[in-house]
Design a protein around this ligand. Structure first.
Ligand code: WAQ
Ligand code: MG
Ligand code: MG
Ligand code: MG
Length: 257
């Protein structure tokens, strides 16, 4: 892939109405593509939206734009899988891991109390000093974008770590790696809003990407994505990083090539 000229491709799809008119979020996706791969990249995101466990989209939007900033190469977070036998056990482990990353216990509990209220198509930002939501994006949340991991390099990594080349794992690890690469990110807590996917994770610079095999029950369409951040002097700079800084995840040994 020609890294000197990359395009950011973004997709969103919803049921009944568009998102801004109150439609139900079905699918979203973002990737980086070379010009010659654009046809395939757009098709990948189209397929993602058309075959989705949350339902059939009635509204679909896709766009691409050239990325003008230099691309930053970042190593993937280390990955560990924690097998649990119940959702309760999984959620207890998630809280324990969040505490280990440095989120105070009372803030974790406060965040958990707010989870049912969200239902956004992006992520929620929570200040670890106050436990308050600080992104100000109401029903939209913050959508992290302009990140990817080239297939060959991802597959090489997956093989070396004996992890499955699951596109969902790839997408989530790319996102978590980008988010945790910012110094103001303390931790991320995530599980899917797809009813057929119950594995989620807690991630941070210090503990890496900690998968937890059950964070919700099958059939549940409520997802969660929270970034715990340290009190910010400039929240807008942080949100621009999430939305605009282009990042390619890549194994260190390959950075020079
Ligand atoms: N930026 C911000 N928030 C996002 C983004 C994004 N690019 N993509 C998704 N979200 C939010 C949004 O609110 C979704 O409803 C929610 O996260 C869940 O998204 O096996 O598949 O894509 O290691 O359904 C994690 C475990 C899977 C993977 C997470 O999330 C593994 C997943 P989904
Ligand atoms: Mg999605
Ligand atoms: Mg996703
Ligand atoms: Mg989803």
């Amino acid at each position: 892939m020609d890294q000197s000229r990359l395009y950011s491709v973004r997709m969103r799809a919803s049921e009944k109405e568009s998102h801004e008119n109150g439609g139900k979020h079905i699918s979203g996706g973002e990737l980086l593509s070379s010009y010659s791969d654009l046809r395939m990249s757009v098709n990948t995101l189209l397929e993602k939206a058309l075959n989705h466990s949350r339902g059939k989209p009635d509204f679909f939007q896709i766009q691409f734009e050239i990325v003008n900033q230099p691309i930053k190469l970042v190593n993937p977070l280390p990955v560990q899988t924690n097998e649990v036998t119940t959702v309760k056990e999984g959620q207890e482990l998630a809280r324990y891991l969040l505490k280990k990353t440095g989120v105070p216990k009372n803030i974790i509990e406060k965040a958990y109390k707010q989870i049912p209220e969200y239902g956004v198509r992006g992520a929620i930002l929570i200040d670890i000093q106050t436990g308050e939501r600080i992104d100000g994006r109401t029903d939209k949340g913050v959508r992290v974008s302009r990140m990817d991991w080239q297939t060959g390099n991802f597959e090489k990594w997956a093989k070396s770590k004996a992890v499955p080349t699951n596109p969902r794992l790839k997408e989530a690890l790319v996102l978590a790696t980008k988010v945790c690469n910012h110094e103001l990110t303390i931790a991320e807590l995530c599980w899917s809003d797809d009813p057929d996917y119950i594995t989620g994770y807690v991630a941070s610079k210090n503990i890496g990407y900690q998968r937890i095999t059950q964070l919700k029950h099958f059939g549940d369409e409520r997802g969660c994505r929270i970034f715990f951040v340290d009190t910010l002097s400039d929240i807008n700079t942080y949100m621009s990083y999430l939305e605009e800084q282009p990042i390619l995840v890549q194994l260190e040994e390959d950075h020079e090539t």
